[in-house]
Design a protein. Structure first.
Length: 203
């Protein structure tokens, strides 16, 4: 059972990351509209709880991104399933929160363009990694540049939450810095996608 712990953590990361992004969007939507379902209780407590869960979910998912790989190596439990699920967990977390931010900011062009570039690249690369003429269960390995891109994407997805906690959400410099980081992330994402395409053709 303990050998399955890394994959269990990865699956939990996927679920918690997706739930956190939804909670983030709902907390904003309900606060903006004032229409919290009565069955959930006190509106202020519900909105605050959802926002807090969104922050907790991101931190939990980001930490388990490191922990599941560490445990897999420590327990000598690396598996094809784990190699397949781990990058999916990253993509669900990052893209879920980026889409939530884009929705909260009403989909401005300077945000939705890089967000959609990241999302579409991730969908294409996920398909590439799991298809082709490789033996069953074998996936295209993750490159160092892709791992660096993932770190940058995690930081970019997490910065608005940090800004919220620190009270920076209304400052122009924080928004401009985040938009710059978002475009840099999109550029690196597209570059690593091109590298995957070249590796796929070379293979």
């Amino acid at each position: 059972m303990i050998r399955h712990l890394p994959n269990i953590l990865t699956l939990l990361r996927i679920l918690v990351g997706a739930a956190g992004a939804i909670a983030l969007w709902l907390s904003w939507r309900w606060e903006a509209s004032g229409e919290v379902p009565a069955s959930l209780g006190d509106p202020i407590a519900v909105i605050s709880g959802m926002a807090s869960f969104a922050v907790f979910a991101f931190v939990f998912a980001a930490l388990t991104d490191w922990l599941d790989g560490f445990l897999a190596r420590k327990l000598k439990a690396e598996s094809t399933l784990g190699a397949f699920l781990d990058p999916i967990g990253d993509k669900v977390l990052v893209n879920g929160y980026l889409l939530a931010y884009a929705a909260i900011l009403s989909f401005p062009v300077e945000i939705i363009v890089p967000v959609m570039a990241i999302l579409l690249r991730d969908l294409i690369v996920t398909f590439m990694r799991t298809s082709g003429d490789k033996p069953a269960g074998e996936t295209l390995p993750v490159s160092l540049s892709a791992k660096l891109k993932t770190v940058l994407a995690m930081l970019t997805a997490g910065f608005p939450l940090l800004a919220f906690v620190m009270g920076w959400q209304s400052t122009d410099w924080a928004l401009l810095a985040w938009i710059g980081a978002l475009w840099l992330t999109a550029s690196m994402t597209l570059l690593t996608g091109l590298n995957y395409l070249m590796e796929k053709r070379a293979g």
